[in-house]
Design a binder for this molecule. Structure first.
Ligand SMILES: NC(=O)c1ccc[n+]([C@@H]2O[C@H](COP(=O)([O-])OP(=O)(O)OC[C@H]3O[C@@H](n4cnc5c(N)ncnc54)[C@H](O)[C@@H]3O)[C@@H](O)[C@H]2O)c1
Length: 354
């Protein structure tokens, strides 16, 4: 049984805490910490967690806590993760790992030095729907992957209040790319491999986004495999039918994760020569033959990505295995984000460190 303390009692802390009962034989959330008393009191009452700390160091000093889940603004991730590792706590840090490559390296070093596991909460990797997609891609159902396209679109004005740290590049490390599109950047890496080259443009349209937080971004991505990808991210989308989108194009198949609900991407649809060898010929035929990708729950204890993520974290802490979304792996995702920002700033194509 792994005993966890959650640091940061805001919005996403609830997503971690509420799934713990599903995996009660493996993980228990025993404490909650936040320097702000209002969210601390709110989440403590909502989830019946009596053990609360407004002083994070006091929680980190507790001997009966094995690890922490860091659910705080991005500029605090590195400092908190390093402090936790130094007290011998395993660390699950919410995405994005941190705000710079130097911070990421320092977190990896601190965890290695302390002999604790460092994992990043890229929850989509623990979603059975995307596991099913990965299995299909890796089984060669699409043939050779040539291209991919990801979209992330939200109307921030409708739900992110003015003055929120998400709107401040000095606290969030950037704007929509580091805060939201990172999910799909990491997912693409998980599905089709590493990115080696990036070219991007970013804009800040809404003046309520400050200190370099972009609310509009486009980027082209080149993968190690030679495949090319396109990213579109907007926090200024006025009204839309959906928020997220993913497409993958191979020689003998295609995937389109058609949004099922406005806010979630929903399951992926796949068409491939293997699944539907005889499609109608002609222009109309190319739009048919899609079928749902069956979720793959192999090795995942539940249908809930956040519960699966916590169990994977607990297992890696127990066995010493490297997490699927370890800090070391996630550095590569962060480097794509930082390359997008560098390219947008310099107007140059950016090569990722090898
Ligand atoms: N996985 C996902 O789908 C997902 C979704 C939303 C947010 N997130 C991530 O979760 C993290 C938190 O986002 P949120 O939306 O919950 O933010 P939030 O603003 O709702 O909550 C953050 C909390 O952290 C507290 N905090 C600030 N500084 C702190 C410090 N130094 N030590 C301890 N607590 C501190 C704040 O008081 C606040 O209660 C971010 O990294 C965000 O990107 C992930």
């Amino acid at each position: 049984m792994m005993r966890l303390g959650v640091i940061g009692a805001g919005n996403i802390s609830g997503a971690h805490i509420k799934v713990a009962p599903l995996i009660a034989d493996q993980v228990k959330i025993v404490a909650l910490a936040d320097p702000a008393l209002a969210p601390l009191a709110r989440q403590s009452a909502r989830f019946h967690i009596d053990r609360i700390y407004s002083n994070i160091d006091e929680m980190l000093a507790a001997d009966d806590i094995d690890g922490v889940v860091i659910c705080t603004p991005h500029h605090t991730h590195a400092k908190l993760a390093i402090a936790a590792a130094k007290t011998g706590k395993h660390v699950l840090v919410e995405k994005p790992m941190a705000c710079s490559a130097d911070e990421c390296h320092a977190m990896i070093d601190a965890a290695d030095c302390a002999g604790v596991r460092l994992m990043v909460g890229q929850c989509q990797r623990y979603d059975p729907a995307y596991r099913g997609l990965r299995r299909a891609v890796h089984a060669g159902e699409l043939g050779c992957i040539r291209a991919a396209r990801i979209e992330t679109m939200q109307n921030a004005a409708a739900f992110v209040p003015a003055g929120h740290w998400y709107r401040d590049g000095s606290l969030a490390g950037g704007g929509i790319v580091i805060s939201v599109a990172i999910h799909k950047i990491d997912l693409l890496r998980y599905l089709i491999g590493d990115v080696v080259r990036v070219n991007a443009q970013c804009r800040t349209i809404d003046p309520a986004f400050i200190n370099g937080a972009e609310d509009l971004a486009v980027a082209t991505l080149e993968f190690a495999s030679g495949a090319i990808g396109q990213l579109f991210a907007s926090w200024g989308a006025f009204r839309l039918r959906y928020s997220e989108n993913l497409m993958i194009f191979g020689d003998t198949g295609a995937v389109h994760a058609l949004p099922e609900t406005p806010t979630q991407m929903g399951p992926a649809w796949i068409a491939s020569r293997q699944r539907t060898p005889t499609v109608e010929p002609g222009f109309a035929g190319q739009f048919g033959g899609f079928e749902l990708v069956a979720p793959d729950q192999t090795g995942l204890p539940t249908a809930e990505s956040f519960a699966n993520q916590l169990v994977h974290f607990a297992e890696c802490c127990r066995t010493g295995a490297e997490p699927l979304s370890s800090g070391r792996d996630n550095l590569r995702t962060m480097q794509v984000v930082f390359a997008i920002y560098e390219s947008a700033r310099t107007g140059q194509t950016v090569e990722l460190p090898q």
